[in-house]
Design a protein around this ligand. Sequence first.
Ligand SMILES: [Zn+2]
Length: 114
Amino acid sequence: MGRICGICEQATSNEDWCDNCLEQAKRMRTEIQKRKVAKQEKQNSGFKKGDHVVMHTCMEAEEHDGTVWTCSSDEYKLHKNHDYNVVMLEGFSGAFQTQYLQKVHFSYPQEVTK
Ligand SMILES: [Zn+2]
C-alpha cells in the first residue's frame, strides 16, 4: 500500500502531500509573498506629484519653517546604489530627500468647538 496525500487523498510516494498539492502550496506561498511585497511597495510609494509637503528635521526645514511645498514629481530613488528616495519640489532647486518631508492633508475636524 502506498501513502495517501493529506490534501487530495490521491496515492503518493511522498511523505505527506502529493507532488501536485506540494506544487500548489508552493505557488500559493509565492503568490502570498508577492502580494505582501506589493502591499508594502504601495505603502512606501509615498509622495506623488501634486502632494503638499513640509520639511522637517533638516537644515532646509529651519530656513523654510512651515512652508508648504508642492511636489512636482513622484518620489523616486536618487541612485540605485543609494538607499534613499527623493522628490522634486516646485520652486526648490534640486531633488529633496523624502525622509525629511511630511505630507500635508488639508482636512479639518468636522466640528470645531467654539
Ligand atoms: Zn494531493
